[in-house]
Design a protein around this ligand. Structure first.
Ligand code: DHB
Ligand code: FE
Length: 278
């Protein structure tokens, strides 16, 4: 049977991708960010996941204000990197896992979580930067990836609790897939940041660290936190953090925190990272 063997949380700061793509990782500003992922890169090289379910948000690259699914699952065989204005990132095409993706779609929809089925989609920094942080710059990504796009761009995003319960439904789906697969689930985005308006540049390290603590130890409590608290404390883009609750919901109540990293600043935000094992 397929099994969820770990959860990963990570920020997706686009400037991190640009630093990698332009050979700037050793610069004093960026070196501490990439150093924070060295342990994780060694960990994942040992873990060798077959599939990563990558929960992320699209930033008006694949979707736009014309079409805004709350939860969308990528069922395609391939997902090319999107052109976000500077040309597509020079990263490998993402290879999907259509059989498992369709199984998750079926299982979740019959379990009353109506995922939008996506058969053709480009993926932006929200998905490719986490892959780069965890795998570096390989010629091909070393595992299959199932994109799970969440709307956190246009109000109203899903509640933290809805995300947490979707994670549980995804776990039920994975555990009923007959093939032996080593599956990880990643929650990405955040930490606190606000990109526009008078509070642009907001970073709240106290909120971020309390979020990480509570996500690990009291996920149901964190899931009950309303949007307005994220927006007030963590800025308008801090709401991206609800996506981490999908990852957390897919893991058991008790987890082991095998890795945590937190660094300020990177571009307009903090970089946060967790690895959790059942
Ligand atoms: C920044 C962060 C994001 O999460 C994003 O999607 C875009 C920009 C930033 O720090 O500039
Ligand atoms: Fe973002």
């Amino acid at each position: 049977m397929a099994k969820i063997v770990a959860g990963v949380g990570t920020s997706h700061v686009p400037a991190v991708g640009a630093a990698l793509d332009n050979g700037k990782t050793a610069e004093p500003y960026w070196a501490p960010v990439f150093a924070g992922y060295e342990w994780s890169k060694a960990w994942i090289a040992r873990e060798k996941p077959d599939v990563v379910i990558l929960v992320y948000n699209d930033h008006a690259s694949a979707f736009s204000l014309e079409l805004i699914p709350t939860f969308a699952i990528g069922c395609a065989a391939q997902f090319p990197p999107a052109d976000e204005g500077w040309g597509p990132r020079p990263v490998p095409t993402v290879e999907g896992h259509p059989q498992l993706a369709w199984h998750i779609a079926q299982s979740c929809i019959l379990d009353e979580f109506d995922l939008t089925i996506v058969n053709k989609m480009e993926v932006d920094h929200g998905l490719t930067v986490p892959l780069s942080l965890m795998f570096g710059q390989p010629d091909a990504w070393p595992c299959k990836v199932i994109p799970l796009a969440v709307n956190v761009v246009q109000y109203p995003p899903p509640t933290g609790n809805r995300c947490y319960n979707l994670g549980k439904a995804i776990a039920r789906a994975v555990e009923s897939f007959p093939e032996d697969l080593n599956v990880q689930i990643w929650g990405t985005g955040g930490m606190s940041h606000q990109l526009q308006g008078p509070r642009a540049g907001l970073i709240n390290a106290e909120f971020d660290n309390a979020f990480l603590d509570r996500l690990v130890a009291d996920p149901a409590g964190q899931a009950a936190v309303p949007h307005i608290d994220y927006v007030r404390e963590a800025g308008s883009e801090g709401i991206e953090l609800v996506m981490w609750l999908i990852m957390r919901g897919a893991l058991p109540e008790k987890v082991t925190e095998v890795r945590r990293f937190y660094h300020v600043p990177a571009s307009n935000t903090a970089v946060g990272h967790l690895i959790l094992e059942p």
